[in-house]
Structures are given as structure tokens and as C-alpha cells.
Design a protein around this ligand. Structure first.
Ligand code: PMP
Ligand code: GLN
Length: 392
């Protein structure tokens, strides 16, 4: 038999699915895969339910339901001052994952360099490779996650077609500073490169920080596509509704990729997301405040147990060092110990690197109900106390 495509053949199942399966098998509290354990706003779900009942449930326009495209353009203006034409500069996709695939397939040609900043969200590398792109990896490393500007500069050349930037960043919970974004802007402009901005955590930013899209920097509007996700903004991760905003000249080929990948996204969900995006500022503020409270609850608990909790400015995630806790030599071992013996699932941070990964950190997801966070902390406490007693 002829070989199947090497990019996907023999590749591991994603770490998120793997840890969720292990969590289920061991009855563990699942703080691995990033998803809230309470569904998003009831009124948004009601709009979807009504739209499902009333229909039509047929193919919506390929670019997305016009009302949602309009709402995406409005939110770009409202939060970032960006003027976006809803009809030619917005595309609705089946989640940010599809949006990423569409953007990479449409912008990258075989042989093009694509600059990626590790740790990487898991779909970036395979899709860039499948598109024939040459991944050029630069990394940020714990505990500081500082961008190595010299390394980034060295990664850019005239062969660079695009940089793929995840800001706010999973799993580091880093928000790139204005200075760093300006540095990236200068490189993109100097080397005539596109920026594909994965901004799914745009509305999950804490401590009074505000998200600033790279697209708002001078010289970037015409060379940037930015990706959002209703799953993240409205705690409805299973809906898989995403959106791409970008200049018409880039959006057109991206929409052509989309038409052969999924073509459309369920219309009832699109109508409900349009309703959601128009919620008043109170929704967005309360959402961030609630997440921040959960972050603090989990961070304090983990620190009290002896984990080294790194600063978290955004996203769903806390990254922690586990040195001295007796969980194992590597992050993979630590996660295995935790899920099997402590009954708590986390994710090894090394899974977000292509090679030579740091192995001393694990990621906990904190967008959970307070009693679930407390239960996880209690289980960790019991396990760590017993482990300490055994080794004494
Ligand atoms: N990008 C990042 C950085 C993510 O963490 C996620 C998480 N799901 C996605 C993209 C995918 O988003 P969606 O579920 O909308 O496909
Ligand atoms: N983005 C989620 C995370 O980082 C996972 C999404 C998925 O499982 N594909 O945990």
C-alpha cells in the first residue's frame, strides 16, 4: 500500500484529548484540557435554541451570516477602534482551529518560511507543514517567557511569508507588551511578512490589562489577519464558532480555503454569537472578573501546596513548576502521577514545543467552579502529604 501523508501519519493524538481520556479513565478532576465546566450565558443559548427551532437550518452564506459579520466588525470598532468592512473583511469559521487552517493554507506556499513562537498551540506545526511551509521556531521559556528579540530577528528573512502569533498566549498566559508588538511589527514591515494573529483569548485578560491586537500597529492593518473564538469569549467551546478579520485582499483567498474545508458554520449558532458579541461592557467585565477570581483561588491553593506558580495575565491557564514535590523527573511523568495517583489531570508544558522542550512545568486550567477547584486542591493536598510522609 502507498504511504498516507507523513504529516498526519503516526502523529500523536493531541495532549488535550489524551489527558481528558486519562482523566475520565481515572475519575480525575480534569484541569487538563481548557474548557469551562459551566456553559456560557443562557440568553445566548436561548437565541441559538430559538433559531434552531424556527430555522432556516440550511446553508448560510459562505462568508457567514451577515448579522454576525456585522457584529464582528462592530466589536472590532468598539474594543480596538478598528474600522472593518463587515462584507469583505470578516469571515466566520467553524472555530479558531478552522480559521487557522484556512489562513495558513491560503497565505503560505510550499517553501515559505513561517515564524512560530514556542510554546505552540498544538495545531500550528502540523498545518504549517501540511501547507508546505518551513517552520522557523523561536521560543519563550519559563519562568519569564521573555521574547528573545535577537533570535526573533534572526528568524526573519526575505523568505518569511508570515509570523503566527498567539497573543494572549496559551499556555504561558503571557500578554505581549507594546514594545514586543512594536518589535514584531518592525520585522513584519521590514521583511514584507504577513501576521496571522491567534487572539482567541482577547477577552480573557486580567489585572486591568487591555488586549491590543497587532493589527492596530502602524503598517500592520494591511498585512494582518486576526482570529477570534466565540468558544472562548462566551464559554461555549463546543460550539466551534470562530471569526477571521483581515484586509479584503487577504480575506478573499482565506475564504476560498474555507469554502473547501467546511464551507459554512451552523447558522443558529452564528445568530446567537452575533447576539452575544453585542452584550454590554458589563458582560465582558464580569466575565474577566470571574475568571480572575478563579485564577487567584487556584494560584493561592497551588502555591500553598508548594508549586511554583508563574504569573498569569490572561487565558484559562496557570503554569507551575513542581520541583521538590516528588511528582517525577519530567512534566510528562508529573502529569501521569497526578492523574493516576492524585486524581487531578494537568497538561505537560513540553507538549507545546517541537523539540528540546523545557520539562519542569505543567499547566492547570482554572476556568472551573469553585467547588471543583477546591476539590482538586484537596486531592493534591492529600496526595502530596502522603508522598511526603512516605519519603520522610
Ligand atoms: N488557538 C488557541 C491558542 C487555543 O488555545 C485554542 C483552544 N481551543 C484554539 C486556537 C482553538 O479554538 P476553537 O475551539 O475556537 O477552534
Ligand atoms: N485550547 C484548549 C487547550 O489549550 C484545547 C482545545 C482542544 O482540545 N483542541 O486546552
Amino acid at each position: 500500500m502507498k504511504p498516507t501523508n507523513p504529516v498526519f501519519t503516526g502523529i500523536d493524538t493531541t495532549v488535550f484529548e489524551t489527558m481528558s481520556r486519562l482523566a475520565m479513565a481515572h475519575g480525575a478532576v480534569n484541569l487538563g484540557q481548557g474548557f469551562p465546566d459551566v456553559d456560557g450565558p443562557e440568553d445566548i443559548r436561548e437565541v441559538a435554541a430559538r433559531a434552531l427551532q424556527e430555522g432556516p437550518n440550511q446553508y448560510p452564506p459562505m462568508l457567514g451570516v451577515p448579522d454576525l459579520r456585522q457584529a464582528v466588525a462592530e466589536t472590532n470598532k468598539r474594543f480596538y477602534g478598528l474600522d472593518i468592512d463587515p462584507m469583505s473583511e470578516v469571515l466566520v469559521t467553524s472555530g479558531a482551529t478552522e480559521a487557522l487552517a484556512d489562513c495558513i493554507l491560503a497565505l503560505v506556499s510550499p517553501g515559505d518560511d513561517v515564524v512560530l513562537i514556542e510554546p505552540l498551540y498544538d495545531c500550528y506545526l502540523p498545518i504549517v507543514k501540511r501547507a508546505g511551509g518551513v517552520p522557523v521556531r523561536v521560543r519563550v521559556t519559563p519562568p519569564g517567557w521573555q521574547l528573545d528579540r535577537q533570535a526573533l530577528q534572526n528568524a526573519f528573512s526575505d523568505k518569511t511569508k508570515a509570523i503566527l502569533l498567539n497573543n494572549p498566549m496559551n499556555p504561558t498566559a503571557k500578554v505581549f507588551s507594546d514594545d514586543e508588538l512594536q518589535f514584531i511589527t518592525d520585522l513584519c514591515v521590514r521583511h514584507d511578512a504577513y501576521a496571522i494573529c491567534d487572539e482567541v483569548y482577547e477577552h480573557l485578560v486580567f489585572d486591568g490589562l487591555a488586549h491590543k491586537p497587532l493589527m492596530t500597529f502602524e503598517g500592520m492593518r494591511e498585512r494582518t489577519v486576526r482570529i477570534g473564538s466565540a468558544g472562548k469569549t462566551f464559554s461555549l467551546t463546543g460550539w466551534k464558532v470562530g471569526y477571521v478579520t483581515g484586509p479584503a485582499g487577504l480575506l478573499d483567498p482565506i475564504a476560498k480555503a474555507h469554502q473547501w474545508v467546511t464551507f459554512t458554520t451552523p447558522p443558529a449558532l452564528q445568530k446567537a454569537v452575533a447576539f452575544g458579541l453585542r452584550k454590554d461592557d458589563g458582560y465582558y467585565q464580569t466575565f474577566e472578573h470571574d475568571l480572575m477570581t478563579k485564577r487567584d483561588r487556584m494560584a493561592h491553593g497551588l502555591a500553598a501546596l508548594g508549586f511554583t506558580v508563574l504569573p498569569c495575565k490572561a487565558t484559562y491557564f496557570l503554569t507551575c513548576g513542581f520541583a521538590g514535590l516528588g511528582l517525577g523527573r519530567t512534566d510528562v511523568e508529573a502529569c501521569e502521577t497526578l492523574v493516576k495517583q492524585a486524581g487531578v489531570a494537568a497538561v505537560p508544558v513540553s507538549a507545546f514545543y517541537g523539540s528540546d522542550a523545557p520539562t519542569g512545568y505543567i499547566r492547570f486550567c482554572f476556568c472551573k467552579q469553585e467547588n471543583v477547584i477546591d476539590e482538586a486542591l484537596a486531592r493534591l493536598s492529600v496526595f502530596l502529604t502522603a508522598a511526603r510522609a512516605e519519603s520522610a
